[in-house]
Ligand binder design. Structure first.
Ligand code: MTE
Length: 390
């Protein structure tokens, strides 16, 4: 191709004229040609937008960082843009010196910056029983990955003189109207939890908890309390509404499992994925994301025949703990129908399960913690769709 192509032969306006000046957009925006790449709400999923979720368009992203404006949103009672000069953060309960911090107090303390994924425990929730959604945006888009900056919660707990003899847990509380409160073990709180004010190099966006949110690496999103206003140190789990009525796993025997907080090892192919269409036979780069709440990704295997044969994908660097990892693998499409799958293995040796293996243990009535292998079917026409095999 190319011979006689007017896009080459006719000099375009942008090669003949002066472009726009600097600071036309004091805060930069994506190209107008990328306007279709948006967070989207799944039609009919919830009745009220303030208690809903918008999904990250994973199919259109590269590398491992989610642009802040495309980070999925999950609010129980809407979001607010809170005046940071009026925001206060309190630590009380089993501590020697209960304290109230201003944002200025916090931001002069020793900070860390870490890259982590956040995944809602309800990601892939609609696929427990059968295929339900048309694209990776809706099947896996309650997932984002950012660099977060803040002060380690351990530093603040030491600052308040946490009573390590009696304390077993902390309770994190948000300042919105949802009474969002989550119990976190003291062991975890003293490990890698961050009281964060920044995401991807800028202050948190209001939708994600400005001016302060909890970052709980590897743990389901609900524990990442936004608009964080209080940590109470206690000696037993609090069993709040968001840990006794919601965010519990329905099991086949009719009981519910509580406090399953870690997001187990999971992966998904983002291109080609459902809703996309292959143009032609020949070479394609298959690419996707893998992550584990227990550490680093060790290996990702990819199958193009529904799980009969597997090849090991290339893992891009950096390969960080409790962070998204990007994989790529070459594929020569011969035009025949194919079923694409990825299977991740983390550094503990845990292998991402098939959907029917997961159902055998967990049943189909659960909402949360579906980390099954995802299958995308490529039809002879090149059309890619969501399927469940085996
Ligand atoms: N914190 C408060 N205060 N209120 C909320 O509604 N939603 C939780 C959690 N923290 C929520 C909250 C849930 S269920 C998830 S999955 C994550 O925030 C989503 O974070 P995000 O909106 O930044 O993606």
């Amino acid at each position: 191709g190319g011979a006689g192509d007017p896009n080459i032969l006719v000099l375009p306006a942008h090669s003949r004229t002066l472009g726009k000046p600097v600071v036309t957009n004091p805060y930069g925006q994506p190209s107008q040609y990328e306007a279709n790449l948006q967070r989207r709400e799944s039609p009919g999923l919830t009745r009220v937008g303030a208690a809903s979720v918008s999904f990250t368009p994973l199919q259109g992203l590269f590398g491992i960082i989610t642009p802040s404006g495309l980070h999925f949103e999950r609010h129980h009672q809407g979001w607010h843009d809170i005046d940071p000069t009026k925001h206060r953060f309190m630590i009380n309960g089993l501590v020697k010196n209960p304290k109230v911090y201003t944002m200025d107090d916090l931001m002069r303390m020793p900070s860390v910056s870490r890259m982590h994924f956040i995944e809602c425990g309800a990601n892939t929730a609609m696929e427990w029983g059968n295929v339900a959604v048309p694209s990776v945006q809706y099947s896996h888009g309650m997932l984002s990955c950012s660099e977060f900056t803040g002060v380690p919660l351990s530093v603040l707990l030491e600052d308040c003189g946490v009573d390590k003899r009696r304390a077993k847990v902390v309770l994190a509380e948000g300042a919105d109207g949802s009474s969002m409160t989550r119990t976190i073990s003291l062991e975890r709180a003293l490990d890698d939890v961050i009281v964060a004010w920044a995401m991807n190099g800028e202050m948190l966006r209001p939708e994600h908890g400005y001016p302060l949110r909890l970052v709980v690496p590897g743990v389901q999103g609900v524990s990442w309390v936004k608009w964080l206003r209080r940590i109470e140190v206690g000696d037993q789990p609090y069993a709040t509404k968001d840990e006794s009525l919601h965010y519990i796993d329905a099991l086949p025997d009719g009981t519910f499992r509580q406090y399953t907080s870690i997001q187990e090892c999971k992966s998904v192919i983002t291109t080609p994925s459902a809703g996309q269409r292959l143009l032609d036979t020949g070479y394609y780069n298959i690419t996707g994301l893998a992550w584990s709440g227990r550490g680093k990704i060790k290996r990702v295997d990819v199958s193009v025949d529904g799980g009969r044969n597997w090849r090991t994908a290339r893992l891009e660097t950096p390969l960080l703990s409790k962070c998204l990892s990007r994989f790529n693998i070459d594929w020569d499409w011969n035009g025949a129908p194919a079923v694409l799958q990825s299977r991740a293995i983390d550094e503990t040796g845990y292998v991402q399960p098939k959907i029917n293996e997961l159902r055998a243990v967990r049943g189909t009535r659960s909402i949360y913690h579906n980390n099954a292998i995802q299958s995308w079917q490529v039809a002879q026409s090149g059309e890619v769709s969501n399927v469940q095999v085996d």
